[in-house]
Design a protein around this ligand. Sequence first.
Ligand SMILES: *Cc1c(COP(=O)(O)O)cnc(C)c1O
Length: 396
Amino acid sequence: MTTANTTGTAMLAEGLRAEATIDLAALRGNIASLRERVPSAALMAVVKADAYGHGALPCALEALAAGVRWLGATTPEEALALRAAGIAPEQARVLCWLWTPGGPWAQALRADIDVSISGQWALDELLDAVRATGIPARVHLKADTGLGRNGCQPHDWPDLVDAALRAQAAGQLEVVGLWSHFAAADEPGHPSIRAQQEAFAAALAYAERAGVRPEVRHLANSPATLLLPQTHYDLVRTGLSMYGLSPVPEVASPADFGLRPVMSLSARLALVKQVPGGHGVSYGHQYTTPGDTTLGLVPVGYADGIPRHASGTGPVQIGGKWRTVAGRVAMDQFVVDLGGDMPEVGEEVLLFGNGERGEPMAEDWARACGTISYEIVTRLGSRVPRRYVGGSGALG
Ligand SMILES: *Cc1c(COP(=O)(O)O)cnc(C)c1O
C-alpha cells in the first residue's frame, strides 16, 4: 500500500483510469475529534459494507491505531473477515448484528465475535451452536425502540431477556450489551427521537431489574453522537462521521464538526474533442450541445458506482472549473461539456474529495442525485482501485 503525501491531496497516480484516495490521517483525525465529543463513552468504528467503500481492513487497522477497541459489522461474514485478517479479540471486540437462519454461529463463537440477538429464533440457533462448540456466547440484546426494522418489540422483550438470562445462568452465554438504533437522529427535533430514548430507557430498566449487568449499553449512531450527547451511554457506533462526512448536511458541514472527508475520487480525461452545436451526447441524446463546444470523456460510469441518477446533474472539477455531467451516465463512462476549453487528454477530473482544492464533495453528488452521502461513497465500485495515504504504519 502506498503511503505517500500525508496531506491527503495526492494526485491521481500515473497511468490510472480512476482512483479513490483514502486519507487515513483524516480517518484518525476524525476519530480523535469524535472521541473529544464523547468523553465518557467508548467508540465503535463501524466498518460494515467495506467501511462504507473505504476498505474495511485498512480502516479497521487505523481505527485500532487511533485507540478504538470496538468494531461494528453488519453481517457475520464481515465480522469473520476482520478476525481472519488477524484482528485478535485482545485488540478489538467485533460485533455483528444482521443474522439470518442458518448463519455461521459456530464460526462466530470460535472467532470470539459478539453477536446481536433480536428474537427467539436467533437465540435458539445461537444456543445450538454454543452446545456444539462448548464456547459460551457474548450477546448484545437488541430492542426495537421505534425504528421498526431489526430488534425486539417491547411486548416480546421480557421473554427474550428472561430466556437469555436463563441461558446465562446455565453458563451458555453472557449478556454483555443492551442496544437499539435510531430512526431519525439526523432530523433534529423529530418526535421519534424522544420516544425512542424513552423506549430504550424502559427496555434497559426491565433488563436491569431482571438481572442483566451489561458491559455496554449503546444507542447512538453518527447523528446522535454529534447532536444528542444524552444518548451516548457507554458506547457510540460511528460510521459516516468517522469517514469525515456530515450525517446532517442541511445542519452542519463536516468542518463544522471538526471532520474531514476521507475519500477522494478522481478520474483521467480519456478524450477531449470539438463538436458542433446541436450534437447529441450519450445514450438517448438527453443532452444536445447548445453551440460549438468541446466535450470531455470521463472514463467512469455506473459500474464504478457513479449513480445513473447523476445524469445531467453530477458535478466534477477539471482544470479548476466545475462542470456538470452532460447527458446520461453510462456503465463505464460519462461526458462533460467543457464549453470550448481544451484541457489535455489525461488531465485529472476531480469527482469529489475533501474540498481543499475547491472540488465537489460527496454531499454535492448526493444532493445532485437525490440521495445521501452514505450511498455515494458506499456504492463506489470494486473496479476503482483504492490508494491509501497518510497511514500510521498499522497496515504494515
Ligand atoms: C450503520 C449503522 C451505524 C452507523 O451509522 P452512522 O450514521 O453511519 O454512524 C450504527 N448502528 C447501526 C445498527 C448501523 O446499522
